[in-house]
Design a protein around this ligand. Structure first.
Ligand code: NDP
Length: 287
């Protein structure tokens, strides 16, 4: 007997979640502000509720996947959530998640927050690598582990309801740093007659080779010793930065994506940390 699920929100992500639960045989009750989006799912076996109240009353597991925290507030305002297990997969800030957890608690609901590390085509596809970060009620997480694991993998990161959002934003922030570096790299090769499609495999390979360096950073942050297992120390790396800036200048490429990071490296060096790794930049950001 599969756990019945109520799902509020049938956007691109909500619809993908709905299809995954339906395909796995979970009874599903859905609601969406624009009812037309529920029609196709009804044909696939979902029960379409006429109101939020009706949808929430249908099942004890209530999953919400709306645009943002403001839409969650709007949709659930005035709804009786007593005794419900509320799982909020709407992207928000850690502060919003913690406030939402307190709000749900006040209404007698148990709260689990989620941060989706996947795009809709990865949902319901085992081995896609997509997963959802969860934080908040460990009870809710354990009780619904199997059901929550149907659309994507699950990773519980702590009782603090804000942690899923914090991990989510941290991971995506690192991704944007990578995108920024890739943009600069492509700009450099675009100044010459170089095929970007020939360059891309080299770039992907290099980024992949460099990615495990985060383990060394973690090890250094834990030990507090930023000179541990250093391969290229800060003094050497700062000494190399003029080559990057001069190459950008020669090729006529703006260095604006590189300079903020180089500036932090240089600042750390002037504090006498030349024998360290780049890890000290983390501390500069914390001041
Ligand atoms: P969509 O824009 O496709 O859908 C938004 C959903 O929110 C729709 O169901 C929409 O209803 C509803 N909505 C918006 N405002 C309101 C409101 N004021 N009252 C009621 N309902 C409202 O977004 P996604 O489905 O793609 O994303 C949903 C959540 O999932 C977001 O928080 C997003 O950050 C997160 N997410 C999405 C990913 C993606 O790649 N798509 C990846 C990871 C996370 P209506 O149909 O009536 O407009």
């Amino acid at each position: 007997e599969k756990t019945p699920v109520t799902l509020l929100g049938l956007g691109a992500m909500g619809t993908a979640l709905a299809r995954a639960w339906l395909a796995a045989g979970h009874p599903l009750t859905v609601w969406n502000r624009t009812p037309a989006r529920a029609a196709a799912l009804a044909a696939e076996g979902a029960t379409v509720a006429d109101s939020v109240a009706e949808a929430v009353a249908a099942n004890s597991l209530v999953v919400v996947c709306l645009l943002d925290d403001a839409s969650v507030a709007e949709v659930l305002d005035g709804t009786d959530l007593a005794g419900r297990d509320l799982v909020n997969l709407t992207t928000g800030t850690p502060e919003q998640a913690r406030a939402r957890a307190g709000w749900a608690d006040g209404l007698g609901a148990r709260y689990l927050d989620g941060g989706i590390m996947a795009v809709p085509p990865m949902i319901g596809v085992p081995q896609s690598g997509g997963y959802v970060l969860y934080s908040g009620s460990q009870d809710v997480f354990e009780r619904h582990r199997e059901t929550l694991g149907v659309p994507a993998g699950t990773t519980y990161v702590g009782a603090n309801a804000g942690f899923a959002a914090l991990y989510d934003v941290a991971l995506l922030s690192a991704m944007y740093g990578m995108f920024a570096g890739a943009a600069h790299a492509f700009a450099l090769i675009r100044t010459e007659d170089i095929d970007p499609a020939g360059f891309a495999p080299l770039l992907a390979g290099w980024l992949t080779a460099m990615a495990p360096s985060v383990h060394q950073t973690a090890d250094q942050l834990r030990s507090g010793d930023y000179t541990r297992n250093v391969v290229s120390d800060l003094a050497m790396q700062v000494a190399g930065t003029p080559t990057f800036l001069e190459t950008a200048r020669q090729q006529g490429v703006s260095p604006e994506l590189l300079t903020p990071y180089f500036e932090l490296m240089r600042r750390r060096l002037t504090e006498g940390s030349g024998k360290e790794d780049l890890t000290g930049v983390v501390d500069l950001l914390l001041r």
